[in-house]
Design a protein around this ligand. Sequence first.
Ligand SMILES: [Zn+2]
Ligand SMILES: [Zn+2]
Length: 418
Amino acid sequence: MNYWIFQGNPNQYDFETALKNDELIVNWLVSSHKKKIKIDDKIIVWLTGDRSGCYALAKATSDPYNKKGSSPDDHLWKTPPTVNLRVGIKITHNFVTKPLTGNLLKHYNRKPKNTGFQGTNFFSNHEEYENILQLSNKKIILEANGSQSLILSNDELCAFFQCSPQGGMRRSKKTNTLVLVSNHVKSIYDDKWIGDVLHYTGMGTKGDQSLNYMQNPTLNESDSNNVEIHLFEVFEEKKYFYQGQVKLKSKPYQERQTDENGDSRSVWMFPLELINNTPARIDYKTIESLGNLKEKKTSKIDLNRLKEMVENQPKSTPSKRTTISETYERDEKIVRYALERSGGFCQLCEKPAPFKKKNGTPFLEVHHIDFLSNGGDDSSDNVSALCPNCHRKMHALAIQSDISKLKSKALKKFDPND
Ligand SMILES: [Zn+2]
Ligand SMILES: [Zn+2]
């Protein structure tokens, strides 16, 4: 079996229409290699022009033959061809809505000559075909972020971008990309989101950062150096969450942060925004477990160092990001029922409510014994009225004997005349 690049020129034939209705393309013009093209050969469909790149993969459904009569796509020719030799083809992978174009692809593609008719045929090979297939799969997933997240391992990330496995900024000359990793697990001091703009900290872990250091200039000049910037975030050890392609939103600026020794220093911040999208919304739970992880890390910091870090830390705007979370709407009748049933006493410590609300009713909180988020019911036998301390305790410790105590109290019906 042979592999081919069939190159098309959009000025001579309307590929966009043809591929949007790929039943229309049943054959392709053969201008060379007519003895070598065979049925079942695999074909990379390559278009020239402003947005040159791979638009489809196909396979040959016949050996070359002389076209007699009409084809369903005859009307798509802007300049009808003078050659009659054709090979039957069938589109197997259609990328017309997401063609493989741009920097990242160049590494995987050689560039056929930017000339010729629809049917210019070039030799290709298995590796090239497989690379494109793999790339198209990844690219489609890469672009389908949003609610659907794409998480890569470090190995996958490196294989895809052909970059080094380490560091926050990873330059790949091969794919002409710069991969930025915003690792929220590794550092306590963090890149931060303000709205949909990520303020990304430059390279350099000690002392004042310089715009000329390592990859800082690559990012700084990314408006003009033609390097594609791709952003990943890490919320969990070893999981690289793809955000997408980003660009500088505005000029980098300097601010003061403390370095890993607790010394105050000046850093460069790069404001970045996604090119085609708003950032993927991260699940609230992911951010919450990241918080727990950071809490654990922070608890291991030596107290003298902690003092130094906090006291040297300049004031700054807190990071704020939009997350997705599901909320349960509880039935207010059940809430009131639970409060009335308690008679104003916490059902765990059995002490009176700690204070009264402005309207004079005792302040207690209604707690779902089996959490709604774990599938618990919003019903009178799954709720209890608790003082704020006991409520916190239930969520922090969930001690089995406490749960049993609340459950047995929840089974009691409310008696309004009691
Ligand atoms: Zn209590
Ligand atoms: Zn609760």
